[in-house]
Design a protein around this ligand. Structure first.
Ligand code: SF4
Length: 334
């Protein structure tokens, strides 16, 4: 597609109003303007919607994303959309979740990126765990493949995990795949949690020492930690929660300084969307989430490869949906 220099200039200015907050220059915005223009034009022509996870790069979130959010929030957007095509800018399991909730829609994913948590467990591992703990129910965190969700009794997100644990009929629960999340939740419930050994390669890297350093330099700062972090890091926090919990806390807090112990995308969102809030300390990039480029999104819209279109067997969709429905039922009841 060809665009005039005026169109490119206008688009670069639009991008710059947002991206300058994460230190982009006007020149850098001008370099990607033809891509965002083409993607946004194609999106309209094809009646597509672009969902961008909060860990995506700023040019994806603010250049082409229609909705920003966490995996569950975006899946709900996907469920309610009138668009014919859903392009899910995120890792593969999240696009699968959108497909489970919208089996009739075409769900596309720009890259086939995995996730260390989702890859840590297979359906057979669940079957084995069930044999070892015949009286236990099985809860899977949303960061699992559709095949794994299909083997579980209920799904959960980092925002509603405790509610789901309390709402299940069993007193013993296999909680997969995030070992740290299970360990962080165990002190908050009287039920027995049986963890798996999965780890998020991003959140496992944060140390309690780095948090204490920030706390000693900025005693007024609020420390907001993702529940995929290790328990000794969570111990140092003012809040343990999901990415949306972290963003809500910053939005509602009177404090001005925050350490966000999570992926760098959340830092970008706070810098771009919340004026006057200072983010301290370092963050870590997710190599899976950051694989997606504007070029990938363009291909995915224009002429997707078969891998870019989410295709799941009907029985997997049906069984995985039961886990998700159970989560919704418990969440709505409580
Ligand atoms: S941040 Fe962690 S849990 Fe999220 S996609 Fe990356 S590896 Fe997976």
């Amino acid at each position: 597609m060809e665009f005039s220099s005026a169109e490119i200039q206008n688009e670069a200015s639009r991008l710059f109003t947002k991206l300058k907050k994460v230190d982009w220059t006007m020149e850098k915005c001008a370099e990607i303007a033809h891509l965002t223009l083409e993607i946004n034009k194609l999106k309209k022509e094809k009646n597509a919607v672009i969902l961008a996870h909060s860990y995506q790069s700023p040019e994806i979130m603010y250049g082409i994303g229609d909705y920003l959010g966490d995996s569950y929030g975006l899946s709900i957007k996907a469920k309610n959309t009138e668009a014919d095509i859903i392009v899910f800018c995120s890792v593969h399991f999240m696009a699968e979740t959108a497909k489970i909730l919208n089996p009739k829609k075409e769900v596309r994913v720009p890259t086939i990126a995995g996730c260390s948590l989702a890859e840590s467990i297979k359906p057979n591992d669940i079957k084995k765990l069930r044999k070892e703990h015949p009286n236990a129910g099985v809860i899977c965190y949303v960061n699992t493949t559709a095949e794994v969700k299909a083997e579980c009794d209920a799904c959960c997100t980092s925002a509603n995990a405790l509610k789901i644990i309390e709402g299940m009929p069993q007193n013993e629960l296999i909680f997969v795949p995030d070992e740290f999340m299970a360990k962080n939740l165990q002190p908050l419930t009287n039920k027995k949690l049986i963890p798996w050994k999965g780890r998020c390669i991003v959140h496992q890297e944060f140390s309690d020492e780095s948090v204490r350093q920030v706390k000693s330099m900025y005693p007024e700062a609020k420390i907001l930690v993702h529940s995929e972090c290790a328990p000794n890091v969570v111990k140092e926090s003012d809040l343990m929660g999901s990415t949306d919990d972290i963003l809500k806390y910053v939005f509602n807090s009177d404090a001005n300084q925050f350490m966000l112990v999570t992926e760098c995308g959340i830092k970008d969102r706070v810098k771009t969307e919340f004026i006057g809030k200072e983010v301290l300390g370092s963050c870590i990039l997710c190599p899976y989430m950051k694989q997606i480029t504007l070029e990938d999104v363009l291909t995915c819209l224009k002429s997707p490869s078969s891998e870019q279109i989410i295709d799941l067997p009907e029985d997997v969709i049906k069984r995985a949906k039961k886990s998700i429905d159970k989560m919704v039922e418990i969440t709505e009841k409580n």
